[in-house]
Write a protein that binds this ligand. Structure first.
Ligand SMILES: Nc1ncnc2c1ncn2[C@@H]1O[C@H](COP(=O)(O)OP(=O)(O)OP(=O)(O)O)[C@@H](O)[C@H]1O
Ligand SMILES: [Mg+2]
Length: 321
């Protein structure tokens, strides 16, 4: 069986990752560090690379500027075997950038400059969605940091993907303060087949700090299957029939947690598209997340074999709720 195509839509960012950055940055001093690396960043681009490495047929849809960083991002995505014809190069606009300061223990501070990602993506994307086979998966992530997308286009995009018969996926990312997050999530949820969030973000729209209660909250809002990421503790998937699957994260030395959640989403969708198994998708997703925190930057550096070996060693716990 050939896997359906997955269209990873949303944030594409050039990440400049600095490590390891001391807690105090006194003004006027030059601080010597071991690494400054340029990596593909942005929730959609990172997830796409992860899914492509794990064997899925992948498209990226989003925006870059007509600058050198935009060219570099496109060529790196293409080198990963990803179709980039739905990435729009905006004339006179700058590619979105993040400076990621990685600190001891994998924690980081992000300095983000929006650029191209704040512009409209719907004009080009809506007609393209109508051309996809209904087996395709439409995934949206990074919407909260993309101004035009969060101010209406996200809803328009998932609605039209759904009415075209595509499977839809959405992952949350930390929202700007001015966003009414409860309303934003409640409007999207009824159109989402696979709703991903992480516990840190979920506490901004759900009152509970419990994984299962948060998943049930999102299902009550209309999402079909909910997947909650919980960093070094693991993850939960709750499907529409009330089956809850827990998977514990393997213990690893985290040096940079940037993009762990995006690698998780890419691996999950690749595995689910290929096998239809929620348990197998959750295990591979947790493995991809755990592998990604062991190197600098979000862009996957692991192989499919490494992810599958780690996944085979994981156990899951299933219960009906
Ligand atoms: N410190 C860690 N050690 C091992 N695995 C980790 C660690 N942090 C994250 N992971 C793995 O990555 C997955 C996703 O991470 P997390 O829950 O932090 O998602 P997220 O908040 O969406 O991440 P992001 O920072 O990319 O937005 C986890 O479920 C886990 O498998
Ligand atoms: Mg995330």
């Amino acid at each position: 069986m050939t896997s359906p195509e997955i269209i990873f839509t949303g944030a594409i960012v050039a990440d400049l990752v600095a490590a390891t950055v001391p807690r105090d940055l006194p003004p006027g001093e030059t601080i010597f560090i071991d690494h400054v690396e340029l990596a593909v960043g942005g929730n959609a681009a990172i997830a796409a690379i992860s899914a492509s490495r794990l064997g899925a047929a992948v498209h990226v849809a989003g925006l870059v500027g007509d600058d050198t960083l935009g060219e570099i991002l496109l060529s790196r995505l293409q080198a990963e075997g990803i179709e980039t014809s739905l990435v729009q190069v905006l004339e006179g606009e700058k590619t979105s950038k993040t400076m990621a300061l990685a600190r001891h223990g994998g924690e980081r501070t992000l300095l983000h400059c929006s650029g191209a990602n704040s512009r409209s993506i719907a004009d080009r994307l809506l007609p393209a969605i109508l051309r996809y086979d209904s087996a395709a998966v439409f995934s949206l992530s990074g919407a909260e940091i993309m101004q035009a997308v969060r101010d209406g286009e996200a809803l328009e995009l998932v609605r039209s993907a759904k009415s075209q018969g595509l499977t839809t996926a959405f992952d949350t990312t930390y929202p700007p303060r001015e966003l009414d997050y409860g309303t934003f999530v409640a409007e999207l949820a009824p159109h989402i087949d696979f709703f991903f969030t992480s516990m840190g973000e979920a506490t901004l729209f759900s009152e509970s700090a419990d994984l299962l209660a948060t998943a049930q909250f999102l299902q009550a809002a209309g999402a079909r299957t909910v997947i909650i990421k919980d960093g070094p503790r693991g993850a939960l998937a709750l499907d529409g029939s009330g089956q809850a699957i827990y998977c514990t994260t393997p213990q690893v030395d985290a040096i940079d947690t940037t993009g762990a959640g995006d690698n998780f989403v890419g691996a999950f969708l690749a595995q689910y598209a290929g096998t239809g198994s929620l348990a197998a998708a959750l295990k591979l997703a947790v493995s991809a997340g755990a592998l990604s925190v062991q190197h600098l930057g979000g862009q996957a550096q692991y192989t499919a074999e490494q992810a599958r070996d780690l996944s085979d060693a994981l156990t899951i716990e299933t219960k009906s709720v």
